[in-house]
Design a protein around this ligand. Structure first.
Ligand code: HEC
Ligand code: HEC
Ligand code: HEC
Ligand code: HEC
Length: 503
């Protein structure tokens, strides 16, 4: 196709898409009016049990419950063993799986080796912040106790309170059923970012409800004093959004604060862990620029009899192309799948190269230290490694980025790879100085080998976790049922898949 034809097709597509958008927005406004006259789920506070919402909104509930269909564990450390080296010394080297359906989010969080094996409400490696993107009970707890109290203490503190997986009250107001931002840290981040909250449109909300969780964040230590005068420290989920929403701006934000998530076990580098900047990366793509929202692709309209509603079965849009992409695009299903697959292949190729170079950079730096290299000789190498790994992680951590914003994803991967190469070039010199000419990093081609190099005692961690599941976790569930916080029927037939040995 020549340039003008492409332009013509693109503008026609845009016009059609905009037309469709305005029609669908008008439709949605009408539906919203209906919701506003609907019965109130809870007049005061937050109703975190999705089963209570079911009586009023059975279609949304039934489709929401279908997110339970994806309970599959894809062990990313097995698939890409380099990851274990990249995260040596950090929780992600223990256990990391591809995302599953929202229905399983809470269970994934309880099962992952990253949350450890607490024995009471004061032990374990993680703060309460780790529940933040898993459960509507977090919205309820923030409402009941205040945000700082919610963010104070260990993860295990709220084990018998955070008991419902991602549900209605994460995205909807319990009184009006309107879309709402239930997490105050997103509202604050938008404010730092210069967004005038009054200008947020309904179409924006169809992405912002997702941005509450599918965003980059860090845990910010915050000292505070409660009403009784007790001094406390909260670990508050905070979005680094005081600039443009780019990887480089966020890196500068962290660097200005000398922030690091952990110190790398092999290369001794102070590292950053990108979380899942899904919203931020999406914002750099063409669909966001054309005002296509997350919900347009992940929650399309669905017709059942006379009822039209948003399909709450959030999943890969490729499983439902007829109702997602094809509402705006003219290509065939096969053509669109092919387009998305090509984007994935391009990302995978660059990703492999970047991960490989980064893993080798860590191992070579580790060797240099072992041979006696001094901090002064290593600091610029560590700067390269820190920056390279941040950009690499930022580009791929949100899984869908290869599709949401392919150009930005590939750009970040290329820059990350270049920085990792720079580190390795410098390392050749340092290693030579200490007598290691032609040093070859050890083999990390399987999860077992990589975890050995990273010093992860998998069997021990798995055994401790299994004990936790048979003891404290059982007590949490029983307490929540007794306190009427959890309707046990919701968990009937739930699977319990994990990536590690169960005995
Ligand atoms: C309360 C936090 C939260 C909100 C709000 C949220 N998500 Fe998620 N989402 C998650 C978590 C956590 C996972 C991973 C769950 C797991 O692996 O167990 C996930 C997984 C997903 C997946 C993968 C599902 C699969 O089957 O592969 C998609 C797609 C997704 N979310 C899209 C969205 C969209 C679109 C929105 C907004 C309409 C949204 N999410 C809102 C936390 C959230
Ligand atoms: C991850 C966020 C998210 C969760 C969880 C969620 N919804 Fe929604 N819901 C949305 C979005 C986005 C829309 C589209 C709103 C619009 O455009 O007006 C929507 C629309 C609705 C509507 C308006 C009618 C329609 O179908 O468009 C109702 C009613 C509703 N949801 C009820 C529920 C119920 C009940 C649950 C729990 C079983 C639930 N929602 C869970 C995000 C969510
Ligand atoms: C134009 C359509 C479109 C829009 C808009 C969109 N997505 Fe996606 N999303 C996709 C496609 C296509 C994939 C890749 C699915 C696959 O690989 O099977 C995807 C993948 C994902 C995944 C990874 C799922 C997995 O299991 O690996 C998540 C999470 C996700 N999207 C969340 C979001 C969020 C949050 C937003 C808004 C900030 C959003 N998406 C906007 C189409 C879209
Ligand atoms: C609500 C409308 C809408 C939906 C739904 C939608 N798109 Fe788009 N898409 C657009 C618009 C608008 C553009 C930009 C056209 C332009 O300005 O050039 C676009 C651009 C594209 C492009 C060209 C840019 C690029 O990133 O390579 C591809 C490919 C594409 N869409 C694929 C998809 C696929 C696959 C899906 C389903 C997962 C999808 N779209 C869903 C409206 C939509």
């Amino acid at each position: 196709m020549n340039k003008y034809k492409i332009l013509l097709v693109a503008s026609i597509a845009a016009i059609i898409a905009m037309g469709l958008l305005s029609v669908s927005i008008a439709g949605k406004n009408a539906e919203r009016d209906v919701i506003n006259t609907s019965p109130v789920v809870k007049a005061d506070g937050v109703e975190s049990r999705s089963e209570v919402w079911k009586q009023h909104f059975p279609h949304q509930y039934d489709s929401w419950k279908k997110t339970s269909e994806n309970d599959q564990i894809i062990d990313m450390l097995k698939k890409t063993p380099q990851l274990t080296i990249l995260w040596a010394g950090y929780g992600f080297a223990k256990d990391y799986n591809a995302p599953r359906g929202h229905f399983y989010a809470l269970q994934s969080n309880q099962n992952t080796l990253r949350t450890g094996a607490p024995v009471d409400d004061k032990t374990g490696p993680m703060p309460t912040a780790c529940w933040a993107c898993k459960s509507p009970d977090v919205a309820r707890l923030i409402d009941e106790k205040g945000e700082l109290e919610y963010f104070t203490g260990k993860w295990s503190r709220w084990g018998d309170e955070a008991v419902n997986s991602i549900g209605c009250a994460d995205c909807h107001d319990s009184k009006t059923a309107n879309l709402t931002i239930s997490r105050p840290y997103l509202t604050r981040a938008l404010e730092y970012n210069g967004v005038d909250l009054k200008t947020i449109t309904h179409q924006d909300m169809r992405s912002l409800v997702c941005a509450q969780c599918h965003s980059e964040y860090y845990f910010k230590k915050t000292e505070w004093t409660d009403d009784d005068g007790n001094k406390k420290v909260a670990t508050v989920v905070t979005f680094p959004w005081e600039g443009d929403l780019t990887a480089e701006e966020m890196e500068a934000y962290y660097n200005e604060r000398f922030f690091s998530d952990w110190t790398h076990k092999i290369s001794k580098t102070p590292m950053l862990k990108a979380q899942h900047p899904g919203y931020e990366i999406y914002k750099t793509g063409i669909h966001a620029r054309r005002n296509v929202a997350c919900a347009d692709c992940h929650m399309p309209y669905k017709q059942e009899g006379a009822i039209k509603f948003s399909d709450h079965h959030i999943r890969s849009p490729l499983e439902n192309i007829a109702n997602t992409c094809l509402t705006c695009h003219r290509e065939s299903e096969a053509e669109l799948k092919e387009v998305v697959n090509r984007k994935l292949e391009r990302k995978d190729q660059l990703n492999e190269i970047a991960m490989d170079n980064l893993a080798k950079a860590h191992l070579e730096a580790g060797k240099a230290f072992e041979l006696g290299a001094k901090d002064g000789e290593m600091s610029s190498i560590q700067d390269d490694i820190r920056s390279a790994q941040w950009l690499w992680d930022y580009s791929i951590a949100s899984h869908g980025s290869f599709y949401h914003a392919p150009e930005e994803t590939l750009r970040l991967l290329s820059v990350a790879n270049e920085k990792a190469q720079q580190a390795r070039l410098k390392l050749v010199k340092v290693l030579a100085k200490y007598g290691a000419i032609n040093y070859m990093a050890p083999d990390f081609s399987t999860k077992e080998k990589a975890q050995k190099l990273a010093g992860v005692p998998l069997q021990k961690l798995a055994a401790e976790k299994m004990k936790f599941k048979q003891t404290l976790l059982k007590t949490w569930t029983e307490t929540a049922i007794a306190n009427n916080k959890l309707d046990p029927s919701i968990r009937e037939g739930m699977s319990d898949n994990v990536s590690y040995p169960k005995n």
